[in-house]
Design a protein around this ligand. Structure first.
Ligand code: ADP
Ligand code: ADP
Ligand code: MG
Length: 474
């Protein structure tokens, strides 16, 4: 087994990877920017390495990270999610430096990281994809309009290199096509340094169902059931459920077979996720494959009992997968709610700041993956997700009860979070009935908005101001 692993990430996923390392008795190396020097991953790792003054650059600089791995005598690099995790050039450089990249090969990342190339590979292997096109960049507006007419509105424009819900535009009518296409290209260039944009038919009110894959380096490939990630805002997941509360055994079996076939078609190794859209008639379409650990991997761990990060490390170390498809059975239901430091009343703007009170929920079947602690100051430079609450119960209904209990127990003060909004989702009858698709949150946004309540610290501050004023006036 590896003696030491460098974690090329930060936040809750870096903490999660350190825990997997500790379980496997592997030493961990945390890299950190100046802004992250008080972060929990730095406190928890066996070794630390200050990678840069700049808040972002160090986590995105392949050469610096490899240098850090060499300097700390690490044998492998875990990329987590986001940052360089789906960057084929980084994976290649890691391999060329004689280190192990904990993930699939750079060839597979390159192939699947390009949504368009991935679609073509799936089509060639007889896997159903959403009707769509090649990149449109070389075509005239006239030609693009013709294609959209042929596919039929609404259509969705997507950046080939996109991710994290970025570089996506839904177009409902021809008048909006040009401006959406331009905006999509601009966003793609800014975020992904590649402005290739293609078009798909927009599936109305679908469910987002994804299958977790594990594959070793010797051709053994299995899936670890599905997650329903339909509760999304602006194409980003907020709540995920495993297994899907509405899926039939037959559909699960059929989609599972296709998910494994998709991974095999890509020569996939390590952990990955095959994402599908499922329409009202239970037709399902391959959407993309994420070649990394997913934010929501924890719910799969809870229902299957397998440590996915541990499995990633063991597969990268050359172990044979000692599981077959029949070993994978769901025990109950798990739900994850992503807690974001955001102001829901102000268009979900990030709310970095100092956490004055921090009491995470505990008790049976409640897990919190986070990098928070009391008096920690959330830096403003990163993702606004600060914690994931993961609960488990014997039925979906009981899991919703459990999530409600856990979210109510979670006390974070000093900053605004999305917890009150998530609590309202738990109380919504459609959510509880499993009656939702990817349009759910958009349709219910107003209804689910929590009442504006002042944070205790704000109240205290307001009283102090009032008192000072009172005495000044005296
Ligand atoms: P998941 O299903 O794991 O939530 P997301 O697509 O939401 O997947 O992305 C997970 C994290 O990775 C988010 O923080 C997101 O911002 C980031 N991310 C995803 N894809 C990219 C990308 N291509 N470039 C940069 N960051 C990305
Ligand atoms: P990302 O890489 O950002 O995760 P995806 O291609 O996975 O991008 O799409 C993100 C989300 O956008 C999906 O979960 C789904 O809700 C929506 N979406 C993507 N493609 C379509 C489509 N063809 N029809 C309807 N919704 C779509
Ligand atoms: Mg996706």
């Amino acid at each position: 087994m590896f003696k030491r692993i460098l974690i090329a990430n930060r936040g809750e996923i870096a903490v999660r990877i350190i825990r997997a390392c500790n379980d496997l008795k592997i030493e961990s190396v945390a890299i950190y920017s100046r802004a992250d020097r008080d972060s929990l991953h730095v406190k928890m790792a066996t070794h630390t390495y200050a990678i840069s003054e700049d808040p972002i650059k160090g986590y995105l600089d392949a050469d610096l990270i490899i240098q850090a791995a060499k300097a700390t005598e690490s044998e492998a690099i875990h990329p987590g999610y986001g940052f360089l995790s789906e960057n084929a050039t980084f994976a290649k450089k890691v391999e060329e430096a004689g280190l192990i990249f904990i993930g699939p090969s750079h060839e597979v990342i390159a192939k699947m990281g390009d949504k368009n190339a991935a679609r073509n590979l799936m089509i060639a292997n007889g896997i159903p994809v959403v009707p769509g096109t090649e990149p449109l960049n070389s075509l005239s507006l006239y030609e693009i309009k013709k294609i959209a007419q042929k596919i039929g509105y609404p259509v969705i424009l997507k950046a080939s290199s996109g991710g994290g819900g970025r570089g996506i535009r839904v177009v409902f009518k021809e008048e909006d096509l040009q401006s959406s296409f331009e905006a999509c290209k601009r966003e793609a260039l800014t975020f992904f340094k590649d402005d290739d944009v293609f078009m798909e038919k927009y599936i109305q009110n679908p469910r987002h169902i994804e299958f977790q894959i594990l594959a070793d380096n010797y051709g053994n490939t299995i899936h670890l059931l599905e997650r329903d990630c339909s509760i999304q805002r602006r194409h980003q997941k907020l709540i995920e459920i495993a297994p899907s509360p509405t899926m039939s055994t037959d559909l699960r079996r059929r989609m599972g077979v296709v998910a494994v076939a998709a991974a095999k078609a890509a020569n996939y190794t390590n952990a990955g996720t095959v994402e599908f859209l499922v329409d009202d008639y239970n037709n399902f379409y391959f959407m993309e494959m994420n070649t990394r650990i997913q934010v929501e991997h924890g719910i799969t761990e809870e229902i299957t009992g397998f440590d996915l990060i541990g499995r990633q490390i063991r597969i990268a170390n050359g172990e044979i997968l000692d599981l077959s498809q029949n070993d994978i059975q769901a025990q109950g239901f798990a739900i994850e709610a992503r807690i974001n430091a955001e102001d829901v009343h102000n268009d979900f703007v990030p709310t970095p700041g100092t956490i004055s009170t921090y009491y995470p929920p505990l008790g049976p079947f409640v897990r919190v993956d986070s990098y928070m602690y009391k008096n920690f100051t959330i830096p403003p430079f990163y993702d606004s997700m600060i914690a994931k609450v993961i609960v488990k119960a014997t039925s979906y209904d009981l899991a919703v009860n459990k999530l409600y209990r856990a979210l109510n127990e979670f006390k974070i003060r000093g900053i605004k979070t999305t917890i009150p909004f998530l609590i309202n989702i738990c109380n919504d009858k459609d959510f509880r009935k499993g009656n939702f698709d990817t349009s759910y949150l958009e349709n219910k946004l107003e209804e689910l908005m929590p009442e504006i309540t002042k944070d205790e610290s704000e109240i205290v501050a307001a009283i102090a101001v009032a008192l000072v004023k009172h005495f000044e006036e005296d």
